[in-house]
Design a protein around this ligand. Structure first.
Ligand SMILES: Cc1cc2nc3c(=O)[nH]c(=O)nc-3n(C[C@H](O)[C@H](O)[C@H](O)COP(=O)(O)OP(=O)(O)OC[C@H]3O[C@@H](n4cnc5c(N)ncnc54)[C@H](O)[C@@H]3O)c2cc1C
Length: 528
């Protein structure tokens, strides 16, 4: 154990490790990257995080910079939770601290997972409706602010976060709140990093009014610190929006107050199969008015691959060779939505096949729900690593995108089967790459750049569903307009003067570093 590790272990109640096995475990996440850290810390309290940050900030001020990255469950698909210095894992910060069922408010530590949160809330008949991976942590969710599968109906994580507590780069704690003019002025007068932040951000917003108002406010903008557009609202200030999509570069989220809603009924599901995309879109447009909780689109090839590996999906696929499958789920009672769907039936294409939720169809619907996991986990001959995932496509350009995609797939000899959420317009591609094959990195980089090109050509956004991290940054960092980049660099500097928090991700990520840290072994883990 090195000297620094020993010192840090004396400093905090939790543990710090530098053993090769632990460093190796934390060198990978769900992305295609592998980056070995020097230390991994498991703080057990906010105080532990504060001490760690104070130490690393002090040594950075003495010109010994060690990058600090935060990790929740490590489900990040863009490598933003990996780093070369210290990894702070929030694994031990997973407690529910308070719940007020009447006000429907809950205070949790940032390392609590979505599943842990919703299981605990269910006792009070409440939920936070995010259609994400059940193991993602609340800190990870806020920091990635992904456009989730329920976003179309429920609005996504930012709608449910009331307040954030974060440890700043120098170890101070900041609690977000919306301040009116007078209170904000008082804040800016405080002699602390928090006071500095309020003062400088307020000034920056005032100075860059025009630029900020030109930045898109829509939910599919997820680059840099674009949520600066929401800090000033009707003469009141709140720093909370800046943490959405910040990927741990502005502060380490330690606690969160969330607003829950009443739990909905077990969803009633339907799977429909169509011969053409046009028919599938016609159907999805018709049912969208019923506000399903989920409305997902899958290239039929994804279902075929799951069937080839033994899933009983004959009821879904029939004799079709090409086509699209739509999955939809409603919160309302089965009878209610069945009536509505039946009333609309004459609007649906004649040759489409429907499987509605019923006791007889339960098994096939359960099997269908697992098709995507099955497709993504098929490890024979390579790995379906996330490179072009969670990008935005406008619904009206979906068909043209698929035409471009077909050409790209033929050129690169890749199986490019599209899937995603029609209700939130966010899609993914997961072609297989053999990470052990020489030259795969070049092919993957070409796929990333060419894919990004056709997304852009069809007016989509590469970072439409998740921020740039390290992987998407290979493309976005060379494209971001200079004034916007300068604005985001300024925000980062205001929060983290010594540049230690996630110092080489997002706008500071280097393509060269990313492309030289691609994994060279297919992971033995199940890669969902
Ligand atoms: C199979 C699979 C399916 C997925 N499906 C969905 C989906 O349907 N919907 C969806 O929304 N997302 C989905 N994701 C994406 C993923 O779940 C999100 O990126 C999630 O937010 C990551 O949570 P995490 O706890 O694993 O965070 P990590 O991967 O550990 O970290 C993510 C980012 O957040 C930062 N971070 C983590 N904790 C903190 C903290 N306390 N303070 C500050 N920064 C922090 C990290 O530094 C990193 O930049 C999926 C991922 C996988 C692998």
């Amino acid at each position: 154990m090195g000297k620094i590790t020993k010192y840090l272990n004396q400093l905090i109640v939790g543990n710090v490790f530098d053993t090769p096995e632990i460093l190796e475990t934390y060198a990978t996440d769900r992305s295609v990257l592998e980056i070995k850290p020097k230390f991994v810390a498991f703080p057990e309290s906010t105080e532990d995080i504060r001490k760690l940050m104070r130490f690393f900030n002090q040594i950075a001020a003495k010109e010994i910079p060690v990058t600090v990255n935060v990790r929740g469950s490590g489900l990040d698909e863009g490598g933003a939770d990996l780093g070369t210095g210290l990894i702070i894992s929030t694994e031990k910060l997973n407690k529910m601290l308070e719940i007020d069922p009447r006000e429907r408010l809950v205070r949790v530590q940032a390392g609590m997972t979505l599943k842990e949160l919703n299981t605990a809330l269910s006792v009070s008949g409440l939920t936070v409706p995010i259609g994400g991976h059940e193991n993602e942590t609340i800190g990870g969710l806020i920091s990635n602010a992904p456009v989730d599968d329920y976003m179309g109906k429920y609005g996504g994580i930012s709608k449910y976060v009331e307040r954030i507590e974060a440890v700043l780069a120098n170890g101070e704690v900041l609690q977000t709140m919306r301040y009116r003019k007078y209170a904000a002025a008082k804040k800016t007068a405080e002699k602390s990093l928090e006071g500095d932040i309020y003062r400088k951000i307020t000034k920056l917003i005032d100075k860059q009014k025009r630029l900020i108002s030109s930045i898109s406010k829509d939910e599919h903008n997820n680059i840099g610190y674009c949520n600066i557009t929401n800090v000033l609202q009707k003469e009141s200030w709140d720093l909370k929006p800046l943490f959405f999509g910040a990927q741990g570069t502005l502060g380490i989220i330690s606690e969160v107050i969330l607003r829950a809603i009443p739990i909905s009924k077990k969803p009633a599901r339907t799977v429909a199969t169509f011969k053409t995309l046009e028919q599938a879109i016609e159907f999805m447009d018709a049912v969208s008015v019923l506000k399903p909780r989920e409305l997902n689109l899958y290239d039929l090839k994804i279902v075929q691959e799951a069937r080839d590996s033994g899933k009983n999906l004959d009821g879904v696929i029939r004799k079709l060779e090409d086509g699209f499958v739509v999955y939809l789920a409603f919160d309302e009672r089965q009878n209610y939505y069945m009536k509505k769907l039946t009333a609309m039936r004459d609007k649906f294409p004649r040759n489409a096949k429907f499987i509605y939720e019923s006791p007889e169809n339960k098994l096939i619907l359960n099997e269908f729900e697992n098709t995507l996991a099955n497709y993504l986990s098929n490890m024979r001959g390579g790995e379906r690593v996330p490179v072009l995932t969670d990008f935005y496509l406008p619904p009206e350009n979906l068909e043209n995108f698929l035409k471009d995609l077909k050409i790209l797939g033929e050129k690169l000899e890749l199986d490019l089967a599209l899937y995603g959420s029609y209700s939130s317009s966010v899609y993914s591609l997961r072609p297989k790459f053999n990470l052990e094959e020489e030259g795969y990195n070049r092919k993957m980089a070409t796929f990333l750049r060419a894919g990004a090109y056709i997304i852009d050509r069809q007016e989509g956004k590469l970072t439409g569903g998740t921020p740039e991290g390290r992987v998407k940054a290979v493309v976005t960092n060379s494209e971001i307009p200079e004034p916007q980049k300068a604005l985001y660099d300024e925000v980062k500097k205001i929060f983290d003067q010594n540049n230690i928090l996630g110092a080489d991700i997002k706008l500071q990520a280097s393509s060269k570093f990313t492309l030289t840290h691609l994994r060279t072994t297919n992971s033995p883990r199940i890669m969902l």
